[in-house]
Each structure stands twice: as C-alpha cells, then as structure tokens.
Design a protein around this ligand. Sequence first.
Ligand code: APR
Length: 232
Amino acid sequence: MKIPLEHYHKIIFFTGAGMSAESGVPTYRGRGGIWNEYKWEEYACQNAFNKNPEFVLNFHQLRRVEALKCNPHLGHTIISNIENLKKNTFIITQNIDGMHQRANSKNVIELHGSLWRLRCEKEGIVIEDKMDGKFSKTICECGEWLRPDIIWFEDMLKEDIILQANQKIIESDLFISIGTSGMVWPAASFPSLAKSSGSFCIEINPEETELSKLYDQVIRLPASDALDQFFN
Ligand code: APR
C-alpha cells in the first residue's frame, strides 16, 4: 500500500547504517557489523587518535576506500526524487559515507559528520576533502594532526546540528526512520519527539528494534524494497 505523500508537507527521512547496507557499506552492529570486527576503543575515539593518529587515520582511509566501492541504490534515488517534488523534505542521517549526497540529495543533515571532511582541533577549522580513498592531507598548516570530522564514541554531537535536526522533526508531519537500530543517542529520542509533535511515524527495518513499538506503521523490508513499494 502506497503512502499517500500528497497528505504530507514536511517529511523527514531519518537514516542509519541499514540504509547504506544494500549499497554494500557494512552496518555497525549485527551480522558483519564493523564493531564486531574492530574495537571502537582502538579505532573510533579521540583517545585512540591521541595515542596513534596514523593508525586511526588509516582505519578511516579504509572506510573511505570501502565507501567508494559502493554506489547509492534505488532507495537513495527515491528519497532524492521525493526531495525534488516536496521542498520541505529533509534527510537526517547518522551515516558518514555521503551516499545521500551522491544520489543528489541536498537537504542532508549529517548527525555524525562525514568521512569526506577533516578538521583541525587547534585552529577550529573544517576542511572539505575530495572523494578519494586517501586523505588529501593529514597535517594542518599549524602542524597539528587533522582528524576526520566525524562523531566518534565519547564525542559530543555538534549542538547546532542537533538543534537543526530537532527543529525539523518538530515541524514534520511524516517521519520515516530507515535502517537504524536506534541504540545511539540522539537517534533513540527522535521517533518519540516526532510522535509527540504529531508526525505520522514509520519504521523501515527488516528487524524489530528497541523503538519499534513507538511507530504508527512498521515496514519489515529492506530499505530499497520498502521505498519502492510504499514511496515510488
Ligand atoms: N534495510 C533496512 N534496514 C536494514 C537493512 C536494510 N537492507 N540491513 C540492516 N538493517 C538494519 C538492521 O536491522 C539494524 O537495525 O539497520 C540497522 C543498523 O543498525 P546499526 O548497525 O546499529 O547502525 P546505526 O543505527 O546507523 O548506528 C548508529 O552507531 O556506531 C555508531 O556512529 C555509528 O552512526 C552509527 C551509530
């Protein structure tokens, strides 16, 4: 049954690793999950970076190489088409792979930053890097190591980004969560915020999640099938 998009004017697609899974990007948890293979304490926190920046940067270069082997799928294209038709459509993503942008989505709020940016903590500058496996540079002009501009474990999320995401969710009348386990804050708080703001909430995920009970409608299909059957 198609979702009657003509009834909705402010739409949020909230995506997690399951959205990129069908492109071939591994998820974080569950079968084949990155955190089953790699200890985040060694690869994805400021502490690890402080101890061995090169080692952590190499791990992120590998993530870039893997992401570049993958392409956006039909689901990404359907979302980008909806964004073109309905101007008040926003994508809030936990993904750092840039896949929505590669499918021509423009209104993308990246909660966890991007693999394609670096930043200098000392100078407080963010550098857009080209989509290439290798970082174009790893040392800032000031001599400091550049770190990936992503939210690692134990990092604070950027306040302006959370505020922007919260605002868009409060204003929304349709909230569609796709491929997130909902175990990481603030993902865990978004469906209830959407619901209490009067938005119709849909979960797309082949598996039940901790948050499934909160949704008005649950679609137990992979992202691309669900988007094709219900939104295309
Ligand atoms: N379609 C839709 N959902 C899928 C698919 C698919 N084809 N394949 C897997 N999933 C679902 C899984 O059932 C699971 O619920 O995607 C979800 C992925 O969950 P996680 O791996 O926990 O990813 P995510 O929720 O995005 O993780 C949040 O945690 O480690 C941090 O910063 C990292 O952004 C990440 C955050």
